[in-house]
Design a protein around this ligand. Sequence first.
Ligand SMILES: Nc1ncnc2c1ncn2[C@@H]1O[C@H](COP(=O)(O)OP(=O)(O)OP(=O)(O)O)[C@@H](O)[C@H]1O
Ligand SMILES: [Zn+2]
Length: 623
Amino acid sequence: MASAASEEAVKAAKVLMVGAGGIGCELLKTLALTGFSDIHLIDLDTIEVSNLNRQFLFRKSHVGQSKAHVARDAVLKFRPKINISSYHANVKDAQFNVDFFKQFNVVLNGLDNLDARRHVNRLCLAAEVPLVESGTTGFLGQVTVHVKGKTECYECQPKPVPKSYPVCTITSTPSKFVHCIVWAKDLLFAKLFGDKNQDNDLNVHSKDGSSSKSDVFERDVDEDLDQYARRIYDHVFGYNIEVALDNEETWKNRRRPTPVYIRDTLPEETVQQNGTSRECNNGHEEPSAMASLGFRNPQEIWTLADNSRVFLETLKLFFEKRQKEIGNLIFDKDDQLAVELVTSAANIRAHSFGIPLHSLFEAKGVAGNIVHAVATTNAMIAGLIVIEAVKVLQGDYKNYRMTYCLEHAKRKMLLMPVEPFEPNESCYVCSETPLLLDVNTKTTKLREVIDKIIKSKLGMNLPLVMIGSTLVFEDGDGLEEDEAANYALNLEKVLAELPAPVINGTKLTVEDFQQELSCSINIKHREEFDEEKEPDGMVLSGWSAPVEKQVTSNGGKLAASSSSAHDTVGDASANPGTKRKLDEVLESKENCDASSSAQVIEDDDDTIMLDEDPTLLKKKRSQ
Ligand SMILES: Nc1ncnc2c1ncn2[C@@H]1O[C@H](COP(=O)(O)OP(=O)(O)OP(=O)(O)O)[C@@H](O)[C@H]1O
Ligand SMILES: [Zn+2]
C-alpha cells in the first residue's frame, strides 16, 4: 500500500516521459493508474504494424499516426481527468532545452538508442532533474536512477564493445551462420547496391576469365538481367571460393569450402521460369522474390536450389523495380527484398562452408540484430520505473536501487536490486575532468576532430570550439554570413594552422549550449598511429568512452556511427567491487591471420548484465 506521503508526492509531481514504444506504453498506463496526473510525453515516431503486438495502447487503425498523441488519447479514455501533454518530436529538438527540463520533478526514459539517452542525461544534469533510465532486451532489462551529485550519471560507466568478428573470418573463413549474414549484408549487399566509392573488404577477384571488367559488379549496358544475376552468382559463390581454395595454408586445419555454381544448383532452369511467375508482383506491392516465386512461409528453411532462385530473383527485382535506389542503399531489416537477398546469399555461402542453413525469419533476426521484445519484461520494467520515480519524488535516496531483470534459473532470481554507485570522478559529463587527445596537429583537420571526436565520441549536437579566447568553430542556425564562412574555412585547416594554432600542450574548450555541457581537451601532438588499433588517427583518453558501433561496410578501416549505438553498460574494471558486464562481450580472436576486425551492429541491445552473486556485490553507498 502506498503511504499518504507517497500518494501526495505522486499527485503533485510533474513528470516527463521520453519514448512511447514498448516500455513507454506500459509506463504511461502505470503512471496514470498510480495516480500521476501531470505527464508530458515525447516520441518522434509513428505507429507501425510491428508495434501492435506489445504496444497495447495502439490499434491497427492507428498505424501511421503519432505514438505520443495516440498513447495520450488512449490513456485519457480511462483516466479522463489527468493532464497528459504529448509532443510528436525528437527529444533532441531545440524546444526541449534546459529550461523545458527544469519544469519537471523527474524524467523517465523509455528510449531505444544511446544517442537520445546521452542527450537526455545531459539535459537532466544541466537542469538538475533526476532521471530514471531503462532498457529491455527480450527477457532482460534494467531500471537505473541518476541523480546529480548523488549517483552516477548515465554516462559515468563505459559501454561494452559490441561483438566483433575479424575481417578474415567474414571474408574467408566463416564458421557460423552469423558470419555469412555479416558477409551478405555488410559486404555483398553494400557492394551491389551501396555507395560504389566506399571501401569494401569483399574478397572478390575480378579476373575469372568470363569477364575482363575491372569491377565485376558493374552491369554492362547491354547485359541481360538474368545473365548478370547468374554471372554475379557464379562469381561470388563459385569462382571466388575456387580462388580461396588455392591458398592451401588457410585450409590446413579447416574444412575446405565447396564452390557453388548456378549450373549445378539450378541445372534445368532458364531465365523464363523465374520471369513468368514474377508477374504477380503487379507493381502495387513492394517487390518481393518470395511473392514472385510463391514462397509463403518465412519460417521454412529453403533448399540450396530455392535459395539460389531467391538470390537471382532479388537481384533482378532490384534492377527492374528499384533501379533508382541502386548506389544509395543501406541494408535495412524492414526492407523485404534486402532481407531476401541477404538470407539467400548467406545461405548459399553457408552451404559452401558446411554451415547449417536458416529460414528468412531467423536470418532477418540475425541481420537486424533483433532480439524479440517481450511485453512482460516491458511491463515489469515500467513498474520498476514507477517505484523508483516515487522514491525520487520523496527524496528517499537511501532506498534508490538499480534493478536488473535477469533470467537466472540457478539462483532462482528474477529481479536483482543493487545500490547505486557514486558519480565517476573521471566522467567528463558529470564532473569537470579534462580529456586528453593524442593527435597529429600538423595533418589533422579541425573538421576531423569535430566529426570524429566532438560529435561522435563526445555526443555533442551543436558544438562550439575555443582555443584560449579564440572562437574557431560554432554550429547551428543564426550565424552571420561572414562568421559561417570563416568557420567553414577553419574546418578545412589543419590544427596547427588555425587562427590560434593548436600544438602540443594546447587546451581546447568545447561546449554544447543546448546540452549545457562544457569540457576541456588537452592536446598531445603525436605523429604515428596504429592504423588498425587507432583508425581515427586520434586517441581520446581521460574518460572511458561509450562504445562505438562499427560496421564492416568500410572494411578494415571500420566506420564509426554514433547515431544509435549500443545501450549496454559494463566493465568490471571501471568500477572496482562490482562486475557489470554484457553477456558474451567480445567474440574470441578466432584463428585468423588478419589483424583487423569487423564488427556487427547490435541495435537496441538495451540491457546491462551483472555476473556476480548479488550478495557478493560490494556496496558503494552514494552520498
Ligand atoms: N530521439 C528521440 N526522441 C523521441 N523519441 C525517441 C527518440 N529516439 C527513440 N525514440 C522513441 O523511443 C521509443 C523506443 O521504443 P521501442 O524500443 O519499443 O522501439 P520501437 O521502435 O517502438 O520498437 P522496435 O524498434 O522494436 O520496432 C520509440 O517509440 C522511439 O520512437
Ligand atoms: Zn557521469
